[in-house]
Design a protein around this ligand. Structure first.
Ligand code: ZN
Length: 556
């Protein structure tokens, strides 16, 4: 090849103009390129004087970006020069090729940039596999090292700050995420959610004018300490979230009321069901006064108890587990578990122990039952022979519960058809709450009907609906001036769960008012938290928080 061909070849590989290729050796997997600098002089790095006197040459192997699916190795001939400056301490120096490769580096600048790009988009392991696929040979450790080495410029000026927490280590450890609500960019991550850490960060940003935060005390005091000049906003996302949680609690508590009000048509079976003793040795209603009364926990227990009552009623009618599961909108497995063990209630420790003692004999009993043994006394003696220490009552209750299985499948199907399906048989507070908080104009026709039926069935639900919609309207249209009237209406309603919200709003009123008036909201921050969780899942843990921060701030 002549000099012109060589220059052309050099251009094809995208090498700097002063690099001349002398030969190319392709194999199946690699491409080895011999090359050298074509400049006739070099500059001493200490005294900055040029020299043309070559002292010696040596060869360096440098990895480059792949070409045509092949790994590329550059065999670089590097020259050493003699420095002419008399008092220069560096009498011999090596020519520098900053456009191609840094001193002592084992990969070219452009290969490093490719690997940095991979490190910003993928975890160490995935990145290494991807790189191999693309014709680069790089270890997971190198990928992480490149990510960690990326320079993170300090956060610029931020006038509207969104702050929130996010959980790493599955809800056991929390960090803080900071978002610029003007540019929607994540500005920083902090390793905890302490007020002092966040305040320290804010102190470095005296330009902050607005801090949009959740309803917790930590970030409120962080803003008071770190950005006293800023106006605090209790953001709308968290206000809506608080309200949604409370409404769900109320609906869970009112489930029985809603279901029974709509029923009316079949009072006899209901009466029977209430007289009947629950199947397993289990009472869904806690007998002692409960310290958790009025809590979300209790409300959800009430909802489950009501479902359990429903189950007992349908079982009494002789329906199969499968049919009950369909009507209640629950998994058949759960229905079967509830039938044999009742619904678990955390406080009923003793009862659970007694039940567990009996549960060990369930497989044996079921087998004997299937073999056709129906005599209770006989089965009781057999259990005792196997070491059963419990009473005969538990056994009898269990046997009574098995009776539902006796009828033939056909008889059961016919039976199921005669028992009317009732409205709200699948009522779930978790689902219904969305009918309450959404904009009514967004609801489908069937949803509107369902909502109207719920409101008609329960006066509490009806009152709650009106209050919720008032609040959501205030939120959507930012009519903070209506807040006082709303608080007054809630007080008058005497719905106990909502009183809690009133008290919490009163404690934080200026910020809530700002949230209902100003345009800022942490909806953006929540979106960022989701992105963060995604990044966390793809390879977090090798270098902990520092790595995650780097990954988030440099994410592609
Ligand atoms: Zn020199």
């Amino acid at each position: 090849m002549n000099a012109e061909d060589m220059r052309l070849l050099s251009a094809c590989f995208g090498l700097p103009e002063n690099m001349a290729i002398t030969s190319v050796h392709p194999t199946v997997l690699t491409l080895t390129i011999d090359l050298a600098c074509s400049d006739s002089t070099a500059c001493c790095p200490l005294c900055h004087q040029f020299s043309e006197r070559v002292h010696s040459k040596y060869q360096r192997t440098v990895a480059d970006v792949p070409c045509g699916g092949r790994r590329v190795l550059l065999l670089l001939t590097v020259r050493k020069y003699i420095c002419h400056t008399c008092d220069c301490p560096r009498s011999i120096f090596t020519e520098r090729l900053p456009e191609l490769v840094q001193s002592y580096a084992r990969m070219t600048n452009r290969l490093r940039q490719w690997i940095e790009a991979i490190s910003r988009a993928a975890s160490g392991e995935v990145g290494a596999r991807l790189a191999e696929h693309l014709g680069m040979c790089v270890s997971p450790t190198t990928i992480l090292r490149r990510l960690m080495a990326l320079f993170t410029p300090p956060a610029g000026t931020v006038s509207v700050l969104g702050i929130d927490d996010w959980s790493f280590r599955r809800g056991r450890k929390f960090g803080t995420i900071l978002v610029d609500l003007t540019t929607h960019a994540i500005i920083d991550l902090l390793p905890d959610r302490n007020a002092e850490t966040a305040a320290a960060w804010m102190r470095l940003h005296p330009e902050i004018e607005v801090v949009s935060r959740d309803r917790g005390e930590d970030y409120a005091s962080a803003a008071r300490l770190g950005a006293p000049q800023a106006r605090q906003v209790a953001d709308r996302f968290h206000l809506a979230k608080n309200l949604t949680e409370i409404v769900e609690e109320i609906l869970a508590r009112c489930r029985a009321e809603i279901r029974k009000a709509s029923k009316g048509t079949n009072p006899s079976s209901e009466q029977q069901a209430e007289d009947q003793e629950p199947t397993a040795a289990f009472d869904p209603r806690p007998s002692a006064p409960d310290p958790l009364a009025g809590s979300a926990h209790l409300a959800h227990h009430e909802e489950r108890s009501d479902r359990y009552q429903q189950l007992l009623e349908l079982r009494k009618e002789g329906l199969t587990s499968k049919e009950i599961a369909r009507r209640l909108g629950m998994a058949e497995r759960t229905i079967r578990r509830w039938i044999t063990r009742g619904i678990p209630y955390e406080k009923a420790e003793l009862r659970r122990k007694r039940r567990n003692r009996f549960d060990a004999y369930l497989p044996y009993l079921t087998e004997r039952w299937n073999q056709g043994e129906r005599n209770g006394q006989c089965l009781f003696r057999e259990l005792q022979a196997q070491g059963y220490k419990g009473g005969v009552g538990t056994l009898y209750r269990f046997l009574r519960s098995l009776r539902g299985y006796v009828a033939s499948p056909q008889a059961r199907t016919e039976r199921a058809q005669t028992i009317p399906e009732t409205p709200f048989q699948q009522f779930s507070a978790q689902t219904a709450v969305w009918l309450f908080v959404r904009d009514p104009s967004d609801l489908e026709k069937t949803e509107q009907e369902e909502l109207a039926a719920i409101r008609q069935a329960s006066p509490t639900a009806n009152t709650v609906y009106e209050l919720v919609q008032d609040f959501m309207l205030m939120l959507r249209q930012r009519k903070g001036e209506r807040l006082d009237t709303w608080l007054e209406n809630v007080r008058k309603s005497q719905i106990r769960e909502l009183q809690r919200m009133v008290r919490s709003i009163e404690r934080d009123k200026a910020a809530v008012l700002a949230g209902l008036t100003l345009p800022h909201s942490n909806g953006v921050v929540e979106g960022k938290v989701h992105k963060l969780k995604f990044l966390k899942r793809m390879g977090f843990g090798r270098a902990g928080f520092a790595l995650l921060r780097q990954r988030v701030l440099h994410a592609l």
